[in-house]
Write a protein that binds this ligand. Structure first.
Ligand code: PHE
Length: 448
C-alpha cells in the first residue's frame, strides 16, 4: 500500500502499521533493562507470572480505554478530553499526560543517547582502542551525554517530521521485526554458553513463596510503564486509527507483543548475568542484583569483552543497536504526543512542530546530561507516580464523565455487539471499579 496520508492529521495505512507503532512505543528500554532486573531482584519466575497478570488484567483494559478515547475524538490527549465533556477542566487530564510524556522524553533521550555511545564503545574495544572505549563509555561526561542526546533527538525528530504513515509507520515496520530477529539471535548465543543455565532456571521456575504484596505492586508499575500507558501515546496513536478496526483485538496484539518482548528480554538478560558471573564479573552489589543502567552499561559490556575476537565485538555492537532501536520506537511515540498537540491546538505545520517541540525538550535533556542524578527524580515523579495517576483519571473519566455506554458505542465500531460479550462486560467492571482501585492502591504504597 502506498505510504500516503489520507486525512489532514494523518492516519495509519494498515492495522499492522498501528500495531507495530504502538508495540514499538511499548517495547523500549523498560522491557530490555528494567523488566529483567526487576524480575531478577523479585523472585525471577514469580515476578514474570505476576507481571503477565498485571499486563493483561490492568494494562490491557486501560489500553482499550485510551485507544477508544483517541479514536472517538480524532485528537491529541488535551483536545480529546476537552471534546468529550462540556467541563473544560477535564482537559487538565490531557495536559498532565502531555507533561508526563514530555518530561519522560527528556530523560529517556539521555539514556537512549548512551545506547548510541555504547555502539562506539564496543567498536573501539574491538579495534583495540581501549582508551577510546573507556573515554566514550563515561556516562558521567556531560559533554558526551549532550552530544549523544542531540544525535538521538535528531533521529527522533526526523522520523516525526515524516508524518504518521510516512515517518512513524515506515520506521517501526522496519525496526520492530529487526529487533525481534536480533533479540532471538542473541538469546540463542547466550543460552548456548555454559554457565548461563542458572539464570534460565531462576527465570523460568516460579517460586510462589516469593509473591508478596510488594512484588505485586512492583510488577504493576512495570506493566504500566512498559505498555506506555498514562501519557497519551495511545490516545494519540488511537486518533489515527481507522473506524473499521477492532480495538479490543489491536490492543490485545500490542499487549501480547510487549509482554512477549519483555519475556524474551528476560531470556537474554538473566542467563547473560549468570554467564557474566561464571566469567568472574560481579553481578551482585550489597546482596542485591546490580540493576538499571549499571546492568546494561557495565555488566553486559564486560561480558561482551570476555568473548574473544570478532565475535565479541559483533555481539556487543548488535546488542546496543537492538537497544537503540527499541529506544527509538519509544521516543517517537513520546515526541508525537506534544507534536500532535501543537499541530491540533496551535495550528502548526508538522515539520515545524516536530523541530520546535523536539528542540525545546532537548534543552531539558542537555540540562540532565550534565546532572544525570536528575534521571531518578524525574523517573519517580513522571513515570512511577505520573503515569499511574493519569491511568486512574482515564478510567474514572471514561466511566463517569464520558460514560461507559458512549465508550461501548466507539468500541462497537469495529466489533459489533461487543458490549454484550463476556469480554465486554468484564472490561466494563475492570474500567469502572477494579483498575482505578488497584492502581490507586499501588500509588499509595509508593509513598508509604
Ligand atoms: N514503554 C516504554 C518502555 O518500555 C517507555 C515509555 C513509557 C514510552 C511511556 C512511551 C510512554 O521503555
Amino acid at each position: 500500500m502506498a505510504q500516503t496520508e489520507t486525512t489532514a492529521r494523518g492516519n495509519w495505512n494498515s492495522k499492522l502499521g498501528f500495531v507495530l507503532a504502538a508495540a514499538g512505543s511499548a517495547v523500549g528500554l523498560g522491557n530490555i533493562w528494567r523488566f529483567p532486573t526487576e524480575a531478577a531482584s523479585n523472585g525471577g519466575g514469580a515476578f514474570l507470572l505476576v507481571y503477565l497478570v498485571c499486563c493483561f488484567l490492568i494494562g490491557f483494559p486501560v489500553m482499550m480505554a485510551e485507544i477508544s478515547i483517541g479514536r472517538r475524538t480524532d485528537k491529541n490527549p488535551v483536545g480529546a478530553f476537552k471534546q468529550l465533556s462540556p467541563n473544560k477542566l477535564y482537559s487538565l487530564i490531557g495536559v498532565w499526560a502531555v507533561i508526563c510524556g514530555t518530561m519522560i522524553l527528556s530523560f529517556y533521550t539521555v539514556i537512549a543517547g548512551w545506547t548510541f555511545s555504547y555502539i562506539f564503545e564496543e567498536l573501539f574495544f574491538g579495534l583495540g582502542l581501549t582508551e577510546w572505549a573507556v573515554w566514550i563509555a563515561d556516562t558521567g561526561n556531560g559533554w558526551l551525554n549532550a552530544l549523544f542526546s542531540v544525535a538521538f533527538m535528531a533521529c527522533t525528530i526526523s522520523i516525526i517530521r515524516g508524518g504518521v504513515s510516512g515517518g512513524i509507520e515506515r520506521a517501526t515496520k522496519t525496526l520492530m521485526p529487526l529487533l525481534l530477529i536480533i533479540l532471538i539471535a542473541l538469546i540463542g548465543y547466550v543460552i548456548a554458553q555454559p554457565g548461563s543455565s542458572e539464570g534460565l532456571a531462576i527465570y523460568l521456575q516460579p517460586d510462589f513463596s516469593k509473591i508478596t504484596p510488594q512484588l505485586i505492586f512492583a510488577a504493576m508499575g512495570q506493566a504500566f510503564f512498559s505498555l506506555s500507558l498514562g501519557m497519551g501515546a495511545l490516545i494519540t496513536y488511537g486518533s489515527y486509527l481507522d473506524k473499521k478496526e477492532n480495538i479490543p483485538q489491536v490492543a490485545a496484539m500490542v499487549t501480547v507483543t510487549d509482554a512477549l518482548v519483555a519475556f524474551l528480554a528476560g531470556l537474554l538478560i538473566l542467563p547473560a548475568m549468570y554467564l557474566a558471573q561464571a566469567n568472574g564479573i560481579a553481578i551482585f552489589q550489597d546482596g542485591a542484583f546490580i540493576a538499571g543502567p549499571d546492568l546494561i552499561f557495565q555488566i553486559l559490556p564486560s561480558l561482551f569483552h570476555n568473548i574473544s575476537g570478532l565475535l565479541g565485538t559483533l555481539v556487543g555492537i548488535t546488542f546496543f543497536v537492538l537497544l537503540s532501536m527499541a529506544a527509538l520506537t519509544s521516543t517517537i511515540s513520546l515526541l508525537e504526543v506534544p507534536v500532535s498537540y501543537t499541530i491540533d491546538n496551535h495550528g502548526f505545520e508538522r515539520k515545524k512542530a516536530a523541530l520546535l517541540v523536539g528542540s525545546t525538550i532537548l534543552i531539558i535533556s542537555l540540562f540532565i546530561s550534565f546532572k544525570v542524578s536528575l534521571i531518578g527524580t524525574f523517573d519517580f515523579i513522571f513515570s512511577q507516580v505520573g503515569l499511574p495517576l493519569s491511568g486512574i483519571l482515564v478510567c474514572l473519566f471514561l466511566s463517569y464523565v464520558w460514560k461507559i455506554d458512549n465508550a461501548f458505542d466507539e468500541l462497537e465500531q469495529g466489533n459489533t455487539g461487543f458490549r454484550n460479550t463476556l469480554m465486554g462486560k468484564t472490561w466494563m467492571v475492570f474500567i469502572m471499579f477494579i483498575c482505578p482501585v488497584v492502581i490507586l492502591y499501588n500509588l499509595i504504597t509508593t509513598f508509604l
